[in-house]
Design a protein around this ligand. Structure first.
Ligand SMILES: Nc1ncnc2c1ncn2[C@@H]1O[C@H](COP(=O)(O)OP(=O)(O)OP(=O)(O)O)[C@@H](O)[C@H]1O
Length: 470
């Protein structure tokens, strides 16, 4: 093990070897995730036990570390103590690889649902207490404008095995800064939803003091709230809200349909003793429209959190079926992947990121002629502007504004038909939805329509802008 030479742009990351300060128990593991095992380690000077997560060094790992550390100083977030940039040789690797080693507080009590499975007399009141801890963690993240985006039972750990142990949130591997502004110094947004622009305007008004209160809603944060709703539903009854009739270890199209339409039930036989207040929290969190979903502040002030009854719940018995519990976790993880998808599918790739062969060849040609010539940049920008009306429709369909106005969609479509360069292709999509030139004759499935338009936009951006006028 050696201190790594490169990639230490962050002054808080130590570059000397972790083994100077800690004894790492490389052969033991506390849990395993997609990034590999999390291992115990012991601080040499205090003999205290910690948990070590090893990440491949790269921009994603740096974001994880940065956002985890940013949120970390809170009683419901797993604390990050030290981060090392070291070259580490793992068995099977031909040579040492640059890694970020994150030392975290040791969560001795394990995962939330494993704990619940062992509880006798698990009540609504106890579930409400757990939910308070989870809500505090989400509040911490959202108030720092961080959306966690991977809120699932495996990432909710208990400090120890005592009765009053705190729950803490961990794993910021999908977290992102969510302040309604998609622009970062490294990425020019090819897509900005009208709602995002609205949020920016809102923020600027807040900054100028025109608006006093904060309105923390944005899409990614609302996904976290959806996750909290699913976790609460499972804590109350032992199974998830969106379950497929045909058991499968993978998310089925039936399940997807249910999630998209927000179809779930409170089956009478399992829910008849559960309070209306608890159901109210679930309903408000699982609202299908992200704009109408309860935000974290609203959740914090819901009376059920502090006034839940002592009704005994059946979830521990259901959780004791280990295979069933694994299925529940897997389904939740996959649902989260689906929820993060719109982020990817509607964010068009920048030219530098495009995988298209045509565009890569073109890039290569450009590079050899004149790197990033002003003319090329202008063309890309022009092409981008031409596609904006389509992106506005997609955004409208995915996240209709709260104050949706009559005929708004039709106006956006007319604007696009009159201005976009690819209007023949657009018209053929509109025909499928019986567009009569002014309005739709049949009901449009907005998500499907948005998907078709996304594909059209993608096809227009993955070709040479010179050719896109056809
Ligand atoms: N601080 C900790 N103390 C004890 N165990 C931990 C700690 N952090 C993580 N673990 C265990 O390791 C598992 C994996 O950790 P983590 O979720 O951070 O890794 P990951 O590779 O990002 O996982 P995922 O596949 O969920 O993205 C956790 O589910 C938990 O069981």
């Amino acid at each position: 093990m050696s201190g790594s030479s490169g990639g230490c742009d962050n002054f808080n990351i130590k570059t000397h070897s972790i083994t100077d300060d800690y004894i790492v128990l490389w052969k033991e593991k506390l849990g395993t995730g997609i990034t590999g095992p999390v291992r115990p380690c012991i601080k040499k000077d205090t003999r205290e036990r910690f948990a070590l997560k090893c990440l491949m060094d790269g921009p994603r790992a740096h974001t994880e570390v940065k956002l985890h550390r940013l949120c970390s100083d809170h009683s419901n977030i797993v604390r990050v103590l030290d981060v090392y940039a070291n070259d580490v040789l793992f068995p099977g690797d031909p040579h040492p690889k640059a890694r970020l080693l994150m030392v975290m507080e040791f969560m001795e009590g394990g995962e939330l649902f494993d704990r619940i499975s062992k509880e006798s007399g698990f009540t609504e009141r106890k579930a409400a207490k757990y939910l308070r801890h989870i809500t505090e963690a989400v509040y911490r993240c959202h108030s720092l404008n961080v959306a966690h985006r991977d809120l699932k039972p495996e990432n909710l750990l208990l400090k120890n095995n005592s009765e009053d142990a705190e729950i803490k949130l961990t794993d910021f591997g999908f977290a992102k800064v969510d302040d309604g502004n998609l622009q970062t110094p490294h990425f020019t947004p090819y897509y900005v939803a009208p709602q995002v622009l609205e949020a920016q305007k809102y923020k600027s008004k807040q900054r100028k003091g025109v608006i006093q209160t904060s309105k923390p809603y944005t899409y990614d944060k609302s996904c976290d709230m959806w996750s909290v709703g699913v976790i609460l539903y499972i804590m109350l009854c032992g199974y998830p809200p969106f379950y497929s009739e045909t058991p499968s270890r993978h998310i089925t199209s039936e399940m997807k349909r249910k999630i998209l339409s927000g179809k779930y039930e409170f089956p009478e036989e399992d829910w008849k003793f559960i309070s209306d207040a608890a159901k109210d929290v679930v309903r408000r969190l699982l609202h299908v429209d992200p704009g109408c979903r309860m935000n974290v502040q609203e959740l914090m002030s819901h009376p059920w959190l502090t006034d839940a009854p002592d009704t005994v719940l059946q979830s521990p018995a259901v959780f004791s079926n280990k295979e069933g519990l694994e299925d529940i976790k897997l389904a939740h993880a996959e649902q989260l992947t689906q929820m993060r998808l719109p982020d990817v599918s509607i964010t068009l790739k920048s030219i530098n990121e495009s995988q298209s062969i045509i565009i890569r060849k073109r890039k290569h040609r450009q590079n050899s002629q004149e790197e990033n010539s002003a003319e090329t940049k202008l063309k890309i920008r022009e092409n981008d502007l031409k596609l904006k009306p389509l992106r506005d429709i997609i955004a409208y369909c995915i996240m209709p504004p709260k104050d949706e106005k009559e005929g708004m969609l039709n106006r956006l479509i007319l604007n696009a038909v009159n201005s976009v360069c690819c209007h023949n292709k657009l018209l053929s999509i509109l025909e499928q939805w019986s567009w009569d030139g002014e309005k739709f004759q049949t009901k449009v499935e907005k998500r499907k329509f948005a998907q078709q338009l996304s594909e059209l936009v993608k096809s227009m951006t993955d070709v040479n802008p010179d050719e896109s006028n056809s």
